[in-house]
Structures are given as structure tokens and as C-alpha cells.
Design a protein around this ligand. Sequence first.
Ligand code: APR
Length: 232
Amino acid sequence: MTGPPVVILTGAGISAESGLGTFRDVGGLWSRYDWRDLATPEGFARDPGFVLDFYNWRRERVRAASPNAVHLALARLARDYGGPVTLITQNVDDLHERAGHAGVIHMHGTHLTALCAACGHRWPAPEVMHPRDPCPACAAAKTRPDVVWFGETPYHMDLIAEALAKAALFVSIGTSGTVYPAAAFAARARAAGARTVELNLEPSENKSLFDEAYHGPASEIVPRWVDSHLAD
Ligand code: APR
């Protein structure tokens, strides 16, 4: 019997226990840095070296991190659940993939590729990116991280819309529910008839949209929820 479609949205909270910072928790990245300088096209145009140094540092932190019990439990769900599981992540790290999860939808891009701001060419990100790096395709010195900044359009929105329209269950994990369009996914899935579940350290901004909510460290509540869902 094929299980009904499940759509999962993850955020920075699931990589917190791998030692990677979140954005809006106490001590989060946006409490230490100004997102306008580091996560907007305008900030990049003002000082590309500063932005590339920030992402060089974050890429190095991701390389040093390991997937945790959350990434592993979600990969197990995708493998053992007898139906479609669509994983959408806001995270730009590759911890889902390194936990064995295939077909991850990175709506905010990924650390793993570099992007040419001139011709749109993508290539595997070097360890260290410099503003003067020439694009391998057009030679322009317009290298940038292949991540979606504020004011830019997230990737794969057509694929995401299709998954949300068919979802029977929508699960939001480790996200504050404050950044759109991801923050609207629970309402869109609900409008399409899905049951909605939140797994987070604490109630998120859009907690009222969830039929069920479990709060606590993701490494504890997510494997437990996966076990119960696989046992259904
Ligand atoms: N277990 C479960 N949840 C956790 C844990 C944990 N160990 N640690 C933190 N959280 C929760 C926090 O309670 C918070 O609700 O994870 C959430 C992290 O929220 P944010 O820091 O806002 O991260 P996120 O929701 O992923 O941000 C969305 O904002 O800056 C942009 O592009 C960036 O993708 C990011 C987007």
C-alpha cells in the first residue's frame, strides 16, 4: 500500500545540533552580523570581498560539521516510508545529503556551488572564493555564492507548489516560520487539505497553522516522530 504524500520543510534548527548556527535564536548569526550586509545583492555589490569571506567561513564550518540524528532520521523516513516524501530545505548546508537523503530541494540554494553573476554559470564551489575569481564559462570576475539572498526569488518554487498541492501531511522542522515564502507553506498545504505538524525547539511564529506540535531538541523529537510515523 503506498502511503499518502508527505512534505517536509526544514530550517536552521535541524543543523543547530551539528554545531552550525541558527539565524534568529539568542546568539544567532543575524544577532552578530547585519543580514543587509551579508545576505542581499546590495550588500554583495557594496563589498563582495566581505560577503565572500563570510560564506568561505560558513562553508568551512559546514565541511567540519557532521549530520546529526535529525538528518539521519529523515533519510530513514524517506527510505522506509511506503510513499512519496518531498524534503524542502531552507538550509544551504549539505547535511541532509551526507546523511544519505537524495533529491533534497534546496530552495535557498547551496554552499556546494558557485554562481557567476554575469552569465549564470554554476560550478563546484572552491574552498575559498575571491571576488576576482574568473567564471570558468565567461571569465567575468563576478563569482558569488549560489545562495538565495533577501529580495531574490527562491529556487524550485514550481516543484514546491506541486508538492504542497498534493501533500496529505506537511511537517515543519527547526524553522522560526518568519521568512517567506517558506513561512507560507503550512497554510498552503493546509488549504490543500493536508494535516500539519510542527517539530521545533519552541512554538514558531505560525504555530496556529499546525494541527499537531511537538517541542524540544530536534535530535530527540524528530527520530521519535519518524518512528511513530513509520509504525502507523
Ligand atoms: N532543535 C529544534 N529546533 C531548534 C533547535 C534545536 N536544537 N535549535 C533552534 N531551533 C529552532 C528555533 O527555535 C527557531 O524556531 O530553529 C528555528 C531557527 O529559526 P531561524 O534561526 O529563523 O532559522 P530559519 O527559520 O531556518 O531561517 C529561515 O532565514 O536568514 C534566512 O535564508 C535564511 O534560510 C534562512 C531563513
